[in-house]
Design a protein around this ligand. Structure first.
Ligand SMILES: NC(=O)c1ccc[n+]([C@@H]2O[C@H](COP(=O)([O-])OP(=O)(O)OC[C@H]3O[C@@H](n4cnc5c(N)ncnc54)[C@H](OP(=O)(O)O)[C@@H]3O)[C@@H](O)[C@H]2O)c1
Length: 236
């Protein structure tokens, strides 16, 4: 098979409440895919799902039972995308062990369990979300750097073990996905400073990340790869 499109394909998007997830879901549905947005609370996902024409499901990556329960009732899937993140930022001296474990559950252990329970149903690929913090560590970001770095190695390991199912990772740089709204009045200055430092002289949009994600999902010759969609931010 040559490069495919998402038309007629079944996608499960875990961490479906993220801004990037919403863009990917909308683009995939527009391309003709059937999409399920999964998250800890399907009711919170319902308005977005209705808007883009997706179904909802409950998957909490800290809860293996929720993944097994989804697998038990799911039909075949073409692609599984995991965007979940539960950052545990702060100085090492102040880290909370439970928060660190939750961060690893969202990015590393949870995706491993998705592979455990869903790989038998998957015909195409898994796509895991990493992040630029792994390649640009900063004080207070040790857990974020380590979880995102682990995602890249997990994609390589799973690509070998689950073959011919493909497994890739996508590492976004700073993207105005909604998660930076928490900076309030400081958001615009943060995005402007990041853009000025990036070789591409811009921050990213969910649409740009969605386009890269769809490329990884539909190119049958790409597996075990981390695609950096970061404006060169890891080099800045
Ligand atoms: N935006 C950026 O600048 C940026 C930069 C680098 C990397 N990334 C990565 O790109 C991905 C998407 O980014 P984003 O900004 O769109 O996402 P985001 O706003 O950080 O959303 C993360 C999502 O993960 C979900 N989640 C957390 N714990 C979960 C669990 N245990 N089970 C299931 N879902 C869980 C949250 O759902 P709830 O609604 O349940 O809380 C939320 O919808 C993330 O992996 C992020 O780390 C983003």
């Amino acid at each position: 098979m040559d490069i495919t499109t998402l038309a007629g394909q079944d996608l499960l998007i875990v961490g479906g409440g993220s801004g990037i997830a919403r863009a990917l879901a909308a683009d995939a549905v527009a391309e003709g895919a059937t999409v399920t947005l999964a998250g800890r609370d399907p009711q919170r996902l319902a308005p977005v799902a209705a808007q883009v024409g997706a179904a909802t499901a409950r998957i909490d990556l800290t809860d293996e039972g929720s993944i097994a329960a989804f697998a038990a009732t799911s039909g075949p899937l073409d692609h599984v995308v995991s965007l979940a993140a539960a950052p545990a930022n702060g100085p090492v001296a102040e880290l909370d062990r439970d928060a660190v474990h939750t961060a690893f559950d969202a990015k590393v252990v949870g995706p491993l369990l998705l592979a455990k329970h869903l790989a038998p149903l998957v015909r195409g690929s898994f796509l895991l979300f990493s992040g630029v913090a792994a390649w640009r560590p900063a004080p207070g970001r040790s857990v974020m750097a380590t979880t995102n770095g682990a995602v890249a190695f997990l994609a390589e390991a799973l690509a070998v073990e689950l073959a011919p199912v493909r497994v890739n990772a996508l590492s976004p740089g700073i993207v105005d996905s909604g998660q930076w709204d928490r900076l309030g009045d400081g958001k615009d200055a943060f995005l402007a400073a990041t853009a000025a430092a990036n070789p591409a002289r811009r921050t990213g949009t969910p649409a740009q990340v969605s386009a890269a994600a769809r490329s990884l999902l539909t190119n049958p010759f790409v597996t075990g790869t981390t695609l950096h969609v970061d404006g060169g931010g890891r080099l800045a």
